[in-house]
Write a protein that binds this ligand. Structure first.
Ligand code: F6P
Length: 357
């Protein structure tokens, strides 16, 4: 009989509830008890905020977006302060979390999160906690796993948005710019743009030239195409410029704003009417796709198996259609970015998509 804890940390992501359900059921099958901490690592701070997860409390959650446990990318456990910058957890915070682990007599702790949360998880493991990581990111930017749940749902949202924008853009003979998420990685823009029939895709990994973007719009006009669909990753960057970002009301740095700049430049350089749509959190909310439900469930089941075999310090990983494990340390040192020669980039170019380069 074991008692295990689980928490969801960082930005929410479709498929998190499938993981919680998968973990709970796989653990129950072994006769184990599962405890879910509320609001990420924060729930571990004494007196601890948790709920028992069982078949009843996880019933019917598979199709729900978000996380029934709540999450946060702020608080006492934040271990990443910016791109590539690592913060060290305060010893007293680690001590308080340890107190909770001991008080609840937990034999394992499953941390579901992206690179920031897994950096925290790694520090807890190094401090002696029996930690297992589960990768979570709509951005698909984690090293050491080919994919994570949430990405497919985000891509589906982008494709759906492009389908909708296409009919209005064509009716008005406009260029339509769709700005999408992804932070420093262009995966969502690339896959979503391809699936939704985008004509121009601008991603952080391939710096673009405004004049090349205008050329592609003019070229389509000359061919008699009524509209041009332009997908701009929030981290896209012009060759001779820089990424755009803004500070939120809560003092954070967030990428975004390039979509509007691209639309303005298209109007100025081609005379074509253009509009911008920022898809934002619609990419993160709502029900997970079937693929993400299945991936989330498989990740949850694997996490329990890793605890069973005492493989602490590892993270569930998806490689070549198979779920295995890797050291958490392999996943958090750098971001997985789109390579300019990636098969998807090559395929996109083959079907006439411009990257503005
Ligand atoms: O990492 C996931 C993500 O959705 C990014 O694509 C985006 O830049 C960021 O989180 C938005 O964060 P928040 O929900 O804090 O605004």
């Amino acid at each position: 009989m074991k008692r295990i804890g689980i928490l969801t940390s960082g930005g929410d992501c479709p498929g998190l509830n499938a993981v919680l359900r998968g973990v709970t059921r796989a653990a129950a099958a072994l006769g184990w008890t599962t405890i879910g901490f509320r609001d990420g690592f924060e729930g571990m701070l004494p007196p601890a905020d948790w709920v028992e997860l069982n078949r009843r409390t996880t019933a019917g959650i598979m199709s729900l977006g978000g996380t029934i446990l709540g999450t946060t990318n702020k608080g006492h456990f934040v271990a990443k302060v910016g791109a590539g910058e690592k913060a060290v957890l305060a010893p007293e915070i680690i001590a308080r979390a340890r107190e909770t682990m001991e008080h609840l007599q937990l034999d394992g702790l499953i941390c579901v999160g992206g690179d920031g949360s897994l950096t925290t998880a790694l520090q807890l493991f190094e401090a002696g906690f029996p930690v297992i990581g589960v990768p979570k990111t709509i951005d698909n930017d984690l090293e050491a796993t080919d994919s994570s749940f949430g990405f497919d749902s985000a891509v589906a949202a982008v494709a759906d948005a492009l389908d909708r924008l296409h009919t209005t853009a064509t009716s008005h003979k406009r260029a339509m710019v769709l700005e999408v998420m992804g932070r420093h990685a262009g995966w969502i823009a690339l896959y979503g743009g391809l699936a939704g029939g985008g004509d121009i895709i601008l991603i952080p990994e391939i710096p673009f030239d405004f004049e090349r973007v205008a050329d592609a719009v003019r070229h389509r006009d000359a061919e008699g195409c009524l509209s041009t669909m332009i997908v701009v990753a929030e981290g896209a960057c012009p060759r001779d410029g820089h990424q755009l970002s803004h500070f939120t009301g809560s003092g954070e740095f967030k990428l975004g704003g390039m979509g509007e700049v691209v639309a303005r430049e298209v109007i100025r350089r081609t005379g074509k009417e253009a509009r911008t749509c920022v898809l934002g959190h619609l990419q993160r909310g709502g029900p997970p796709t079937t693929l993400d439900r299945i991936l989330g469930t498989r990740f949850g089941v694997k996490a329990v198996e890793l605890i069973k075999h005492g493989k602490f310090g590892t993270m569930v990983s998806y490689r070549n259609s198979s779920v295995s494990e890797v050291p958490i340390a392999d996943a958090v040192h750098r971001l997985r970015l789109v390579r300019a020669d990636d098969e998807m980039v090559v395929a996109a170019r083959e079907v006439g998509i411009s990257f503005g380069d």
